[in-house]
Design a binder for this molecule. Structure first.
Ligand code: BGC
Length: 273
């Protein structure tokens, strides 16, 4: 399983257009352990999050803006034990982001997503392919992932998102765990951030051919997406890292469900990355 070992970058240098500018956080001051007396990030919470505040809107998907109304402050996440600030807010486990508040994220602390990764080897040209969606929001190709609903099992989210976005029905509880933890995402703030669980299923060419993918509501298009070095580099958010970790798993000698010739194809692709 891949681990988050590098400093987060998108969470400091990128942002959705509606966010104010992030307060500068140099590499040496990312860690909460490093003293940064002048650190004064702007506070931002999106109007869409406030409209969905579950304390005033019973159908809303967001936590109360007033953190004292929160039933339980998260103390732990896939990233480990969380430290709290003076106001009882869980702090981003990857360190400072230059932005306070929740931004576009609904939950204080970890916001959980799930990423179902489906691969196969194309029976005609023997290239490595992944079932991918073209996102409606930015036109980028992506793993057909989405947010975990309240109280939902992660395997159920993986299966549901795959079905909703691609029309493909597969039992993702049978998938191999590729990654579970923090995601360096442009929406992240000091008090709200993305974490994901990525699981992978590799299909034989006949099974893959029998599937009939249809783009769901959040997707402009769906297709078996050729995993070339160029395409992998252009994937949405941190999906490039998840796909690389998947390829490493697929190239493992003795990986169940992968023939030796398929393993060699994946190995050649990894060498080209
Ligand atoms: C996406 C996931 C992605 C996560 C973190 C979610 O909104 O649906 O595919 O991994 O954000 O970037």
């Amino acid at each position: 399983m891949a681990e988050q070992t590098v400093l987060h970058v998108k969470a400091r240098l990128e942002k959705p257009t509606e966010y104010p500018e992030r307060f500068p956080v140099p590499d040496s001051l990312v860690s909460w352990e490093s003293e940064y007396p002048d650190y004064s990030p702007p506070y931002y919470v999106s109007p869409v999050v406030l409209r969905n505040d579950s304390s005033s809107n019973p159908g809303g998907w967001a936590d109360p803006e007033d953190i004292s109304l929160l039933k339980e402050t998260p103390r732990q996440s896939f990233a480990g034990m969380l430290r709290l600030d003076g106001k009882g807010r869980a702090l981003n486990p990857a360190g400072r982001t230059g932005m306070a508040g929740r931004g576009l994220l609904g939950k204080w602390g970890p916001n959980y997503a799930a990423d179902p990764i489906i691969t196969c080897i194309n029976s005609t040209d023997r290239s490595v392919e992944m079932l991918a969606v073209q996102r409606r929001d930015n036109g980028q190709w992506a793993i057909p992932g989405g947010m975990v609903d309240k109280g939902e099992e992660i395997s159920a989210t993986l299966t549901r998102e795959l079905r909703e976005e691609t029309g493909v029905v597969l039992d993702m509880s049978l998938g191999c765990l590729i990654y579970q933890g923090y995601v360096d995402d442009p929406r992240n703030t000091d008090h709200a951030w993305m974490e994901t669980t990525a699981k992978h299923l590799h299909l034989d060419p006949e099974t893959a051919l029998r599937l009939d993918p249809v783009a769901g509501s959040d997707a402009r298009a769906v297709r078996w997406f050729p995993l070339t070095p160029e395409n992998i580099g252009k994937l949405y958010a941190s999906h490039c890292a998840l796909v690389k970790a998947t390829l490493v798993e697929l190239s493992r000698v003795g990986r169940a469900g992968v023939t030796e010739s398929e393993r060699e194809i994946v190995e050649r692709l990894l060498q080209a990355l």
